[in-house]
Write a protein of this length. Structure first.
Length: 160
């Protein structure tokens, strides 16, 4: 019994020390539209969104980085928070309708998640072939790349 109690206390100390070490490494203040937070480094995607959009604007971030909507006070033009599979289906059609209707000026594509990293998170996931990636095809047809930061493509909508 005494050994178990000592093991629990040591485990708690190690978890606390690990958490504290992680917290102490967050020393870069980042000012967002929601307040200031501490990060390990500046976030160039967030910097871009904050300097090129206004609160309440639409922007499209995919396949998954919803924190940008919150920190930059932006709205998602689609009903989807995450897009894992881009094959043609009812939800993808709703996303395309939202993009067509709301016409967000900027889109952000996390190329790390669009590539092999998605399989790291979801080992059984088999990505669709390029021709079946409906969202990618839409973005490529309606947007052009204006920046590439840390694996993120930052795109601006083409003039109509």
């Amino acid at each position: 019994m005494r050994f178990a109690a000592i093991a629990v206390v040591l485990g708690a100390i190690l978890v606390g020390a690990t958490d504290l070490a992680g917290t102490l490494s967050l020393n870069h203040p980042v000012t967002t539209r929601r307040g200031t937070l501490l990060a390990k480094a500046r976030d160039p995607v967030l910097d871009f969104l904050l300097s090129h959009t206004r609160p309440g604007d639409y922007a499209f971030v995919y396949p998954y980085s919803p924190v940008y909507y919150f920190l930059a006070d932006l709205r998602n033009p689609t009903p989807l928070n995450v897009i894992v599979d881009q094959r043609q289906n009812r939800l993808i059609e709703q996303a395309i309708t939202g993009l067509d209707t709301k016409k967000p000026r900027y889109a952000v594509a996390d190329t790390k998640l669009l590539g092999d990293r998605m399989r790291t998170l979801f080992p059984n996931f088999r990505p669709p072939v390029p021709n079946d990636r409906v969202i990618d095809r839409y973005i490529d047809a309606h947007y052009h790349q204006v920046a590439f930061e840390d694996g993120f493509r930052i795109l601006e909508r083409n003039p109509d």
